[in-house]
Design a protein around this ligand. Structure first.
Ligand SMILES: Nc1nc2c(ncn2[C@@H]2O[C@H](COP(=O)(O)OP(=O)(O)OP(=O)(O)O)[C@@H](O)[C@H]2O)c(=O)[nH]1
Ligand SMILES: [Mg+2]
Length: 455
């Protein structure tokens, strides 16, 4: 999909006016092309990792005063010769310099082509290359940390270890195939079984980590729902510490959903305030209620709010039962505690998932935030635990797991070495897909086309 003999060029910084823009060239001719338009030192004779001041000129016409950074391959991001020109960030100057480079033999880079080259030249494996995109897109401490860990190869080295152990066994079993007539067993079946169990456990843990990894990367959809007038909008405002939603004593105040992001300890929760659930009195309200139900089924977390001074225990139980959805964690929030006497307070449900607050008086809001956070994170965020954040990786891990289950079944059912070997190879194949030992043009196209140009 790519021709490595080309020298590519693109703007590496965002489009628009700014103090400085960086134009990047990569490829065999990067330094000679830059040198052909640079008025200053002879760039072809300078050491790698040096910076040079001078002018970029099209013939006699000076386009800009610039700084040129040199990276001589393979000591560069792409492992090719790389030149970065820092110029003044005017759209006109940027365009003129890029056009000049193209006139001198470079071509425009495709989206993600620099990182693709870094991958193809062995600077990064595929999961690390994907982490580059994640790092650029990260918008919270947790998502930045997870992407950085992946970029630094934490995930890759874990997978590499697993693959190496499997490769070992696969080759012993291959050997058995060569000696098929003699009926020998080079690969000890008990050892193989232990190994597969071990690997399955690690793969299973990685699969499980996706829930949190995904929450960290994409945020957690958190719906606030309940009957009209329960205090949902008051609660949204209290959580955000901002008068975002309209609050009134009239039931049915909120008609459409309202979404705001709340960051709790580095994780983004997308809070969605909804229309109160009841038999709607008009068509608009009915649409609102429908939308609420849709939002609940699309969310990971439901904060169910009820008016503790009003609701009956029957209605409460009915609500809780009818709002329970598979895959959606529910927190039960008793609101308006300020209106209750001690006996009424004591009669409220007391469970792990229940909490008593006063949204209006902002009481126990921090406690609720803590519950929201821990219901998403559970006890998984230990620090250096690898988290899977990428759906492609998740799918490959699931296929690996299935292949491993077949291997185990195969050993127990004493199937022949050639079938065993096939299943082990499958597991290896899917693990290899994650880091890019096994790739197809389609896969690469799919991954790198989502990058921005210049990355
Ligand atoms: N005493 C007391 N009143 C509260 C509390 N929370 C909300 N309220 C009042 O309850 C009424 C309804 O509050 P909202 O936040 O609009 O309720 P809602 O659940 O969003 O209602 P809808 O949007 O109509 O479904 C308002 O008069 C609030 O001031 C609380 O903790 N204590
Ligand atoms: Mg409301």
């Amino acid at each position: 999909m790519t021709d490595n003999t080309d020298t590519i060029v693109a703007l590496a910084t965002p489009n628009g006016v700014g103090a400085i823009a960086v134009i990047r060239l990569s490829g065999p001719e990067a330094i000679t092309i830059a040198n052909s338009v640079f008025k200053g030192k002879d760039l072809t004779r300078q050491a790698s990792h040096t910076i040079h001041f001078g002018n970029i000129a099209d013939g006699d016409l000076i386009l800009d005063e610039v700084l040129v950074s040199l990276f001589v391959g393979p000591r560069s991001y792409t492992r090719e010769n790389v030149v970065e020109v820092s110029c003044h960030a005017s759209g006109y100057i940027i365009e003129s310099i890029i056009k000049l480079f193209i006139k001198k033999g470079a071509r425009s880079a495709k989206p993600g082509e620099f990182t693709l080259r870094a991958f193809l030249n062995g600077q990064l494996d595929l999961s690390q290359a994907e982490a580059v995109a994640d790092l650029i897109a990260s918008n919270s401490k947790a998502s930045q940390q997870v992407a950085l860990q992946q970029l630094r190869g934490g995930f890759s080295s874990q997978l590499k270890g697993l693959r190496e152990q499997l490769v070992n066994f696969a080759s012993l079993i291959e050997l058995e195939l060569d000696f098929a007539e003699e009926d020998v067993e080079f690969a000890n079946r008990d050892q193989l079984k232990n190994l597969i169990h071990e690997i399955t456990k690690i793969v299973g843990r990685l699969i499980q980590s996706f829930e949190l990894g995904n929450a960290i990367k994409n945020g957690v959809n958190t719906v606030i729902a309940g009957r009209p007038n329960a205090g949902k909008s008051t609660l949204l405002n209290a959580l955000l510490n901002e008068e975002r939603a309209i609050v009134s004593h009239i039931p049915g105040t909120t008609r459409d959903t309202i979404e705001e992001v709340l960051n709790i300890q580095g994780i983004n929760f997308r809070l969605i305030d909804t229309a109160g659930i009841r038999e709607a009195t008009d068509a608009i309200e009915q649409i609102g209620v429908q939308r609420t139900m849709e939002k609940i089924s699309q969310s990971a977390l439901l904060v169910y709010v009820f008016d503790a001074a009003e609701i009956t225990i029957e209605d409460l139980n009915k609500d809780i039962e009818s709002l329970q959805k598979p895959g959606v964690t529910m927190l039960v929030v008793a609101n308006k505690a300020d209106l209750l006497n001690p006996e009424q307070l004591a009669a409220l449900p007391h469970t792990d998932r229940a909490i008593i607050i006063s949204a209006k008086q902002k009481r126990h809001i921090d406690e609720l935030k803590h519950k929201i956070y821990s219901s998403a994170v559970k006890d998984q965020l230990s620090g250096d635990e690898t988290l899977v954040t990428n759906i492609r990786h998740l799918e490959a891990l699931q296929k690996t797991e299935q292949a491993l289950v077949r291997v185990l079944g195969g050993i127990d059912g004493s199937i022949t070495s050639d079938f065993l070997s096939m299943d082990i190879k499958q597991a290896l194949h899917y693990l290899g897909e994650i880091v890019g030992v096994v790739t197809t043009d389609d896969l690469l196209e799919n991954i790198f086309s989502k990058f921005c140009i210049g990355k």
